[in-house]
Design a protein around this ligand. Sequence first.
Ligand SMILES: [Zn+2]
Length: 162
Amino acid sequence: MGVFEDSFVQPKRLLDESDEEYWGRVQRASDRVEAVTEGATSPAPPNPPICPECGLEADRFPTLSRAWVLLEPLEPVNVLPAHFVPPRQRWLINGDGVAWNPWNAEPTEGAQCRISHTVACPGIEPPDLWPWLTAMRKENERRAQRLFNPPRPSEPGLPDVG
Ligand SMILES: [Zn+2]
């Protein structure tokens, strides 16, 4: 898995577990990872659609992975041009009222979307919206460190090559 993938660790199979039980458990675990990755962490009904972190109300929708997501209310945010919104943060609503997230799919020209409350919540540390860019920045930090701050030969723990 690279920086473009999310960490899903397949659960170990339990002794005496049938195929059906095991794969059901794998499915539920992957749904949970997906829901958290996408910000679909809303309290389920009958709890009110209120963010537990900041107390603001948002628009709640069921998701394809059977979680619940709080989307920013249309007032005052409104729908956004999809190309303004980072990948995996673009939420669409099906005709049947189910919210889904097209992940890394390139938005079509003129496409619009909504965003989850998670990325706009004042009570949550913002997620890393551009993980590939973060990985590149860290790699450049390592490269710059090697280039401009090479380890000194007198540093303890390094072999004496002089
Ligand atoms: Zn909030």
